[in-house]
Design a binder for this molecule. Structure first.
Ligand SMILES: *Cc1c(COP(=O)(O)O)cnc(C)c1O
Length: 388
């Protein structure tokens, strides 16, 4: 029986309705379940394989529920807490333990309590760890994460994880010998702007598979699919899916090899906006109630520019725009958004700013620094705020 455990959020037709009813002096995440479902269906319909969702990107239950309702049944989880979250709420969905470095207790618990049977490693010692804690494969799956050629991505994940491709074949053979089903995984880096990165990734995986000469059951091309931001208009997702399908077909690995992807950002970025309030204006500086230590860290660490609009249902806004510097609420000098926002020149204390495309890495990355922690979520029917 399906456990309907997700919380029902207060629901509003528009962001202006949120303002009228709550007059929020605190930040509000305005989730768009319809948009999340639309994007999930797009991935499920268009990606030529299995679609996993990378839970770390946004683990809010309403987000997970929308993706599940749209048909997502596979979740990339990296910690026991993420595994428990998915297993508790969606018992019929599959969890994959995709962190290449796991605590022994986590491996044991994942296996014994949650019945996890897909793991990722990028080093021989991690294979030993899994065997020492839970025995040999017995049909379970281990994917070897490899480093792939660098392309234009906003974050380079291969600096941290992945085995060099010339050492991967030997590890893959050891996985096979230990009676696990084998797979290869990679991650081209988050917000990757070149489809070619995936072609190169699949080809690198193919070289490893040929060298290892063992049966390979899974090829996981990871996440990294881009979202739309201000001044950042990457190729359409279909272009990525097309080159992945071509490279996979060309590779002719085995007919029963499962092709997978694990998007985070591109699935959920458009599914949430953030409603913040101006607390003080000093000339062209606007102090708001959310910042780089809460929902907006990606503006700083990822140099990501988000669409924004000023709104106040109580008054007519000026038709003249000007540039503003936006400052976050904490007492740290780092807490200043690193680019100028263009907003009506009469922006004032008490007005609100809706910031779009914050579904990815916003609430999931927020800290409690200085006592500012956004935790109000509502559901909004209106179309998402998109970049120009
Ligand atoms: C973060 C992460 C993802 C999601 O990446 P996006 O760039 O958000 O698509 C997928 N897989 C792994 C292993 C990750 O660490």
């Amino acid at each position: 029986m399906q456990k309907k455990s997700h919380i029902t959020l207060p629901s509003f037709a528009t962001v202006e309705d949120v303002i009228e009813q709550l007059k929020p002096g605190y930040p509000v995440y305005c989730l768009r379940p319809a948009e999340l479902k639309r994007q999930a269906r797009f991935f499920l319909d268009s990606f030529p394989g299995r679609v996993m969702y990378a839970v770390k990107c946004n683990p809010h239950l309403t987000v997970l529920q929308a993706l599940f309702d749209a048909g997502i049944r596979h979740f990339d989880t990296a910690s026991l807490a993420e595994i428990a979250l998915i297993r508790e709420h969606f018992p019929q969905a599959d969890c994959y333990f995709m962190h290449p470095v796991k605590a022994r207790a986590s491996i044991l618990t994942a296996q014994d309590v949650y019945g996890i049977d897909h793991y990722v490693i990028d080093h021989e010692k991690e294979l030993d760890k899994i065997i020492e804690t839970t025995g040999s494969g017995d049909g379970r799956v281990i994917l070897v994460r490899i480093v792939t050629p660098v392309h234009d991505a906003q974050y380079r994940l291969s600096d941290k994880f992945g085995i060099a491709s010339d050492e991967a074949a030997e590890l893959l053979q050891k996985v096979h010998k230990a009676d696990f089903q084998t797979g290869i995984a990679f991650h081209v880096g988050s917000q990757c702007r070149t489809p070619q990165a995936f072609t190169d990734g699949v080809r690198t995986a193919l070289d490893v598979i040929r060298e290892a000469n063992v049966p390979v059951h899974y090829l996981d091309v990871g996440g990294g699919f881009p979202a739309l931001y201000e001044d950042d208009k990457p190729p359409a997702l279909d272009d990525y899916f097309k080159v992945i399908e071509e490279a996979f077909d060309e590779a002719k690995i085995r007919r029963d090899c499962v092709l997978m992807c694990e998007p985070g950002r591109a699935l959920v970025a458009s599914g949430c906006s953030l409603l913040v309030q101006i607390q003080l204006r000093k000339d062209d500086k606007l102090y708001i109630n959310d910042g780089v230590y809460q929902s907006l860290s990606e503006t700083l660490v990822g140099k990501i520019k988000l669409p924004a609009r000023l709104t106040n249902p109580r008054r007519q806004l000026s038709s003249q725009n000007q540039e503003f510097t936006i400052l976050g609420p904490t007492c740290d000098c780092l807490d200043i958004l690193p680019y100028q926002f263009i907003l009506p020149d009469d922006a004032e204390e008490g007005d609100w700013i809706e910031i779009g495309q914050v579904g990815a890495y916003s609430n999931s990355a927020a800290t409690r620094f200085n006592g500012f922690f956004p935790e109000t979520f509502v559901s909004v029917d209106a179309a998402p705020l998109m970049p120009k």
